[in-house]
Design a protein around this ligand. Structure first.
Ligand code: AMP
Length: 396
């Protein structure tokens, strides 16, 4: 059978990220981004393999218009052989424990889950509906950020709040970045010759959003994000855990509205808020080198909180086969990896400086010092995992 092609689509409220994935090709034949959709500045950025980036203005285009422009390009690059479309969906609630072939029932369930992800799920749905209208003959699959974490035991996913809030309103911990945690833990098993079904990992997905996860025998047992992606470690612009009374404190003392507090915690906090400078770790590392106090503090808080979260995740495991770093920061920053591991002496972790320095820009590998527990850098590839999940559900 010739190798199959899957288009992977990730729709935001005004953007569509996409990649054409060929099952036999480690590189994407085509990838890109349509952004500022719905405005006169709408633009489609395309990256064909071994070619320069291209930007096509698509003034006024909405999701459906952008996908309509994209379709013939995808068909040409795939030489008329497109086998299915995989859609990233942020929140699958308790409905979805795995990827699902999309039908009316699945669309209804994604719609029902929207109150849990009011910014993301409606945009994901809009993209799915537009793509289904345009590519009606193709199978469409939804792959959920939350699905991998549906194996969390109840003692890990419940909040200590009145039972009725869970039973009647779905208030519980769901976790996110599941596609990435799953992909890198499988890769790590491959890299170490361990069976997925008999291996035990701590993972740190460190990008603009950050989360940690404990994975045993291919199943997520705990993770740092919760009802929403705000819980857990400090991130680029998100605070991570704060005292839940912060809301009432700010409302009482400063008169802030819920919207103001929400914006502050999601968009003006994290390393951006702490440093007063940027959410971009490269900028912060450079500023730290030059003695910027805010950047230095932001990096210290960021690393300590991640280490603390990883140590806490250790409660879910009975042994450790390795700590895995991934995401833009986890894959590219020897400094951040070494600052995090420095706080994890209790787990016996120690890095090999040279190996740590070598793992940047897509180079993965083992970075622990001899005689110490494994630490690995594993480049994530959520698009490939979504394509694999889509392929697995294609009708025979
Ligand atoms: P992601 O959300 O996974 O794309 O990751 C974005 C984050 O990765 C940003 O904070 C970037 O600054 C960070 N990043 C990318 N390259 C590097 C690098 N060479 N050193 C440090 N951080 C990096």
């Amino acid at each position: 059978m010739p190798s199959r092609n899957i288009l992977v689509v990730n729709c935001g409220s005004s953007s569509i990220k996409f990649a054409l994935v060929n099952e036999a090709d480690p590189h994407f034949p085509l990838s890109g981004l349509a952004e500022r959709l719905g405005s006169e500045e709408a633009v489609l950025h395309l990256q064909r393999r071994n070619a320069d980036k291209e930007s096509v203005p698509i003034p006024g285009a909405d999701h459906i218009a952008a996908l309509a422009r994209l379709l013939p390009i995808v068909e040409t690059v795939a030489e008329g052989q497109l086998h299915g479309i995989g859609h990233r969906v942020v929140h699958g609630g308790e409905f979805f424990t795995a990827a699902s072939l999309i039908d009316d029932e699945v669309l209804d369930a994604i719609r029902t889950t929207s109150p849990l992800a009011p910014l993301h799920n409606p945009a994901n749905l809009q993209g799915i509906e537009a793509a289904m209208a345009l590519f009606a003959q193709l199978p469409h699959v939804a792959v959920f950020d939350t699905a991998f974490h549906q194996t969390l035991p109840e003692h890990a996913f419940r909040y200590a709040v009145p039972d009725v809030l869970y039973r009647e309103h779905g208030v519980r911990r769901y976790g996110f970045h599941g596609t990435s945690h799953r992909f890198v833990s499988r890769q790590a098993a491959d890299m170490t010759g361990l069976a997925v079904g008999d291996s035990s990992w701590l993972t740190a997905h460190l990008g603009n959003g950050c989360s940690t996860c404990a994975i045993a025998n291919g199943q997520s047992l705990d993770t740092s994000m919760g009802l929403t992606p705000l819980e857990g470690v400090a991130m680029g612009t998100r605070s991570g855990d704060v005292d839940p009374n912060l809301h009432s404190h700010l409302a009482r003392t400063l008169g802030w509205s819920l919207e103001q507090i929400d914006r502050m915690l999601n968009h003006d906090s994290g390393v951006k808020g702490l440093s007063g400078l940027s959410n971009d770790m490269r900028t912060l590392e450079q500023a730290r080198e030059q003695g910027h106090a805010g950047a230095t503090l932001a990096i210290e808080v960021f690393c300590y909180r991640i280490a603390k979260s990883l140590a806490a995740m250790g409660c879910a495991l009975s042994r450790l086969d390795g700590l895995i770093f991934t995401g833009g920061i986890g894959e590219n920053s020897p400094l951040i990896r070494s600052r995090i591991v420095a706080h994890l002496k209790l787990l016996g972790l120690e890095l090999d400086g040279e190996a740590n320095a070598r793992c940047i820009r897509g180079v993965g590998g083992m970075i622990h010092a001899d005689g110490h527990p494994r630490v690995l850098v594993v480049p994530t590839n959520e698009e490939r995992q979504i394509a694999l999940d889509t392929l697995a559900l294609l009708p025979e």
